[in-house]
Write a protein that binds this ligand. Structure first.
Ligand code: THG
Length: 386
């Protein structure tokens, strides 16, 4: 036994992104595995990267958010079958945050769905194998569609200064692109779809690269344009996304959760006419009432690292109420915060529960699953957590 931190064996099976070599050159320190690919998670430190995101502008290799492309006569029908979200009005050039559920109403994924043309869609995935599910559904329902993984790799520009960088790259029209709208364009001949979206609430854009051979060129071009605005390489921030109430598939939800209990009921239209997969199951869950709910927890002022497991949540007796799904130290709130999925009867704002972590037990105050943060100012601490 050496006691050293275990390392990941990087082999061919763990696919590299078209931006991989660029991120290594720019000092990436840690990766995670996401959709069977390597995805950067940290450059300087989790907290330093977070401050750059909330105060400036950052570039993220999120090529592991793989696309499933669906084209053909029945493409719209298939996409609608896959989600409880009401897509009847989705316009060409629009995207929607749309849960994908199975016949029991269990969460298969929580992707963005983009309509590129009347009969052409992308499903931009969180970490699960939707390509196979979509192919199975199409086969079973005898739909006239083609389903494949296109050569498309998202690169995200996120943070309050992102618009300035995007304008200097593309011109002023980018400032008029609506939220969750996309437009096909190019940059020095590099083919792209540009979207106003991204997995933070700091504002920004996503550049979907349409030619995997030109990843490094695109990365360097954006870094160069961002230099006057202090751009930095970074990655999806667990701290910021918990503060902002953005959920992560695999941590905050799995196939065992339905969208109604994790706060995604607002995205589901169970009364629409269209008979999507999981409709009767979700209607029954709504009728009976959800057994558990995802809530926000404030867990004191201790500066602990994030959780690597689900931690039990107990009541004042020893009854297990559920689990903490994500936990981070918020430098802006100066509190340890997170999400938990707990029994409905205890999922009441103001209620205190007990969190059992490897760092000890501490109380958790139940509240909304999104946190009010003060504006970023000179609170920046020097301590780093990994
Ligand atoms: N961009 C792209 N693909 C993705 C993500 C992304 N795939 C994986 C993951 N992220 C999908 N999950 C989300 C979750 C939330 C949001 C986007 C993707 C999001 N939510 C806003 C909110 O909750 O306020 C807006 C929701 C709404 O208005 O409907 O942006 O980031 N390409």
């Amino acid at each position: 036994m050496t006691g050293e931190t275990p390392q990941l064996s990087v082999v061919q099976r763990l696919r590299k992104s078209p931006f991989y070599d660029a991120t290594v050159r720019w000092g990436v320190r840690t990766f995670t595995v996401y959709n069977h690919m390597l995805m950067p998670t940290c450059f300087e430190s989790t907290e330093a990267d977070y401050w750059k995101l909330v105060t400036g502008t950052t570039l993220w290799d999120v090529a592991a958010e793989r696309q499933v492309e669906i084209i053909g006569k029945d493409a719209f029908r298939l996409v609608r079958l896959l989600t409880p979200c009401n897509l009847s009005e989705i316009a060409v050039g629009q995207c929607k945050y749309a849960p994908v559920v199975d016949h029991n109403g269990g969460m298969i994924n929580d992707p963005l769905i983009t309509r590129l043309d009347d009969d052409r869609f992308w499903i931009s995935l969180a970490d699960s194998d939707v390509l196979l599910w979509a192919k199975g559904v199409a086969l079973g329902m005898r739909l006239d569609v083609e389903i494949f993984e296109p050569d498309v790799s998202p690169l995200a520009l996120q943070g309050p200064q992102s618009r300035a960088v995007a304008s200097s790259l593309f011109g002023d029209w980018i400032g008029t692109l609506g939220f969750f709208r996309v437009r096909e364009t190019e940059l020095d001949g590099i083919p792209l779809v540009v979207a106003r979206s991204g997995w933070s609430k700091q504002g920004g854009f996503e550049f979907y690269l349409l030619d995997g051979r030109r990843g490094e060129e695109l990365w360097e071009r954006v870094m160069h344009a961002g230099k006057p605005f202090g751009i930095a390489p970074a990655a999806p921030s667990t701290i910021e996304r918990v503060e902002s109430g953005l959920l992560s598939y695999g941590s905050d939800m799995t196939l065992d959760n339905n969208p109604l209990e994790i706060g995604l009921q607002k995205l589901c239209d169970l009364d629409q006419e269209f008979d999507f997969i999981g409709k009767s199951a979700l209607r029954e869950i709504r009728r009976a009432g959800v057994r558990q709910k995802l809530v926000g927890l404030t867990m004191g002022e201790q500066r602990l690292p994030g959780n690597q497991h689900w931690w039990p949540v107990l009541d004042t007796g020893d009854a297990v109420l559920g689990k903490v799904t994500s936990a981070v130290y918020s430098p802006r709130l100066q509190r340890y915060i997170g999400f938990a999925i707990i029994e409905t009867g205890h999922a009441v704002p103001g209620k205190t529960v007990r969190v059992v972590s490897p760092h000890g037990e501490f109380p958790g105050l139940v509240g909304p699953a999104s946190f009010e943060t003060p504006p970023a100012h000179a609170r920046r601490g020097s301590e780093k957590i990994s």
